[in-house]
Design a protein around this ligand. Structure first.
Ligand code: DHB
Ligand code: FE
Length: 291
């Protein structure tokens, strides 16, 4: 059976792509950010996952404001990137794993979720850059050590799903992965956040205290306590683009059972964003009560 090893989460600011392309990992502005990935890279070298299920929000490559699915599941053989207009290099493609994508899709629909299933899907900076930071070791390794299943969550345009709904969708995905018959090692990746707002009067808004609270809750035995944070409260506390925390919440839903926090990094700011990296390892479930 497939086994979930743990989760990796990271912010996905586009300028990270420019920093990788220019080799700025040791630059004083960037060093604290890139150093935050070292424990995750070490953990990945030990764990050697086969597959990454990546929870993120599309920024316009697949869906625009006129057609915005609440939840999307990638079921493509390969995921290419494209020019998003940020002036950063276009990333190489990542391979998919369509049997697992369809298994997840069938399972979550049977659990009464209604995602759009995408047999063609582009991946933007929200998928490519965290994958590069976790797997490419300073952008120098171009091998693709994992196949991916991208999961899209509408964090962009109201109405967005509640944190409760995201968590429960994640739970269904976690159950789907754990019921996949092949012996695959799966890592979950949540991208975006933490607090940031890119437009309007509150552009530049950051909230260190709330970000810490969110990461503490995710690392605890009761991440569902975050369900009490309403969408408007999340916008108020974390900023409009801070809604991307919904990706982390969905990811944590899929990480069923107790977790051990392997590492955490938090650096303010990268561009307009409170940049964070968190690694949670799934604890053996034998002694735990059934879900
Ligand atoms: C920035 C952050 C994002 O999450 C994003 O998608 C685009 C830009 C930023 O801080 O510049
Ligand atoms: Fe974003």
């Amino acid at each position: 059976m497939a086994r979930i090893l743990g989760s990796l989460s990271a912010s996905h600011v586009p300028s990270i792509g420019g920093a990788i392309a220019r080799g700025l990992q040791q630059d004083p502005y960037w060093k604290p950010f890139f150093d935050g990935f070292h424990p995750a890279q070490k953990w990945l070298e030990e764990q050697k996952p086969d597959v990454a299920v990546v929870f993120s929000n599309d920024h316009g490559l697949n869906f625009f404001l006129d057609k915005m699915p609440t939840f999307a599941i990638g079921a493509a053989p390969v995921y290419s990137s494209a020019d998003e207009g940020w002036g950063i290099p276009v990333n190489d493609a990542w391979p998919g794993i369509t049997p697992l994508s369809w298994h997840i899709a069938n399972h979550v629909v049977a659990e009464e979720f209604d995602p759009v299933i995408c047999q063609e899907m582009l991946i933007d900076h929200a998928v490519c850059l965290p994958l590069a930071c976790f797997f490419e070791k300073n952008g120098t390794v171009k091998a693709r050590p994992v196949r991916i299943v991208p999961i899209g969550i509408n964090t962009v345009q109201l109405p967005v799903p509640s944190l409760k709904r995201c968590f429960e969708f994640g739970r269904a995905i976690g159950r789907a992965i754990e019921s996949y018959p092949e012996d695959l090692k799966v890592v979950l990746i949540g991208t975006g956040g933490l607090s940031h707002q890119l437009e309007g009067e509150r552009a530049g808004h950051l909230n260190k205290e709330f970000d810490k609270y969110c990461m503490d809750c995710l690392a605890s035995s009761h991440p569902e306590q975050l369900e009490k944070v309403s969408t408007l409260e999340l916008i108020e506390k974390a900023g409009t683009a801070g809604l991307e925390f919904m990706n982390w919440m969905t990811m944590r839903g899929a990480l069923i059972g107790e977790v051990h926090e392997v590492s955490r990094a938090y650096h303010i700011p990268i561009s307009n964003t409170a940049a964070a990296v968190q690694v949670l390892e799934a604890m053996p479930r034998l002694a735990q009560a059934a879900e």
